[in-house]
Design a protein around this ligand. Structure first.
Ligand code: SF4
Length: 147
């Protein structure tokens, strides 16, 4: 199966702070025979590494910690990620929890106080609305390891 994954899971240092989030259970999916298609929506949207952290606001805009509106870049990255998912025949996406792009069901609340609330990252929401099965690394389905 072709699975769209957050690029930072594979050790790519694309996070806002220039770090990665290498995740062995995602690597294990590759060993189990799946083809992992990596995307970093924020980089695809034209943002740099490192970059100022951003969070989704109650009105839906994405603002950096210093108040710059980066909603358009987040949206562009989400649309690019969706196109890549379709081009590669993916039906499942596994994305990084709580990210303003990749978060699935839970995101930071926009106050930059490490407070989470129910919600979706911009890319995760677009993929979910387009009919993809979207989950984060904390809710991986055991069935993905049974080929
Ligand atoms: Fe990882 Fe997604 Fe953030 Fe890129 S946008 S660094 S893939 S969580």
């Amino acid at each position: 199966m072709n699975i769209l994954v957050s690029h930072c899971f594979l050790g790519e240092p694309c996070r806002y702070d220039g770090a990665s989030r290498l995740d062995r259970q995602i690597i294990e999916l590759h060993r189990a025979g799946h083809n992992l298609i990596p995307v970093c929506p924020e980089v695809l949207g034209g943002l740099s590494v490192p970059r100022t952290p951003a969070e989704i606001q109650p009105d839906g805009r994405v603002l950096t910690e210093d108040g710059v509106d980066v909603t358009a870049a987040y949206q562009a990255g989400a649309e690019r990620a969706l196109a890549i998912a379709r081009e590669n025949g993916c039906t499942v996406a596994i994305l990084k929890s709580r990210s303003p792009s990749c978060g699935c069901g839970e995101v930071y609340d926009g106050t930059f106080t490490h407070t989470v609330k129910p919600g979706w990252g911009v890319t995760a929401r677009l993929l979910e609305e387009a009919g993809f099965e979207v989950m984060d690394e904390e809710h991986l389905q055991a069935s993905l390891y049974d080929l």
